[in-house]
Design a protein around this ligand. Sequence first.
Ligand SMILES: Cc1cc2nc3c(=O)[nH]c(=O)nc-3n(C[C@H](O)[C@H](O)[C@H](O)COP(=O)(O)OP(=O)(O)OC[C@H]3O[C@@H](n4cnc5c(N)ncnc54)[C@H](O)[C@@H]3O)c2cc1C
Length: 276
Amino acid sequence: MNLNTITTVKRPATANEVGEWEAGNAWLAGGTSLFSEPQPTTNTLIDLEQLGWPALQVSSDGLEIAATCRIMDIYRLKSSTEWAAGPLLRECCDALLASFKIWNAATVGGNLCLSLPAGAMISMVTALEGTLTLWARDSTPRMDSALDFVTGNHRNVLQAGELLRSIHLPATALAKRYALRRASLVKLGRSAALLIGTRGNDGDLLLTITASTPRPIQLAFGGIPTADELRRAIASAIPDDGYFDDVNGLPDYRRHLTYYFAEQIRVELAQSGSKA
Ligand SMILES: Cc1cc2nc3c(=O)[nH]c(=O)nc-3n(C[C@H](O)[C@H](O)[C@H](O)COP(=O)(O)OP(=O)(O)OC[C@H]3O[C@@H](n4cnc5c(N)ncnc54)[C@H](O)[C@@H]3O)c2cc1C
């Protein structure tokens, strides 16, 4: 849609060119959210495209994803054979309610910064133990764990004008086996619950709960827990009134899915390669 409050669009070549942050500024990435509804408090868009950050960089350390990387680039990435969790990247792209137009424009950073419970890029980088690099307006970088970035529905740790620069996924996390479960009320709807379990060679189990809660919840186990231990861990991390409530699912439904999928993931990852 046309945004009739916008009077200026800036296309800086470097983030430093932006200078002091003013009320009414907004970073523009793919624009799929920004252009989907009126932005009455925004008068200036600062387009990130000209910054020219390389979308994806693979190294022995893992995967570096620029905030401006398109979801389509993640989908098309030919992952290393050493990454048992490589297919998870594509499965998370599939978990977004999106037409090909959205996929081609939407960025990983935009998905994180929008901070919706159903943000599947949030699920992906949290489950894969990502670390985020954030740039303050005075150019001081700071690191944050993906798990701590989103603090609630449409809420995150970004300060005014702070820019999400990149996400690092460590090779150790990409090498883990994984299991994903997801449900939405309608076939191509936003996720009501999206759970991902990963398991390393040391037998640990990391369970990441997203979409059913306003922000990601992660449970770490030294081995495969019993079904009862798993249920108790979820209950102590998420109170009964801690489930998200919107048109994509009632809290009771999301709570049910969370326990149901968590148990399926527990059983699946306990199977081959288990030390439990
Ligand atoms: C039909 C449709 C379906 C959708 N389905 C889903 C869905 O299932 N799940 C979901 O989570 N979202 C969904 N969305 C919302 C949105 O399209 C996606 O979240 C998308 O990934 C946003 O990325 P973008 O690059 O287009 O962000 P933009 O629209 O450009 O920006 C989104 C917000 O993030 C800020 N921002 C962007 N990049 C940065 C950065 N690097 N640093 C700091 N701030 C930044 C912007 O200022 C803005 O506030 C959907 C949208 C549409 C129109």
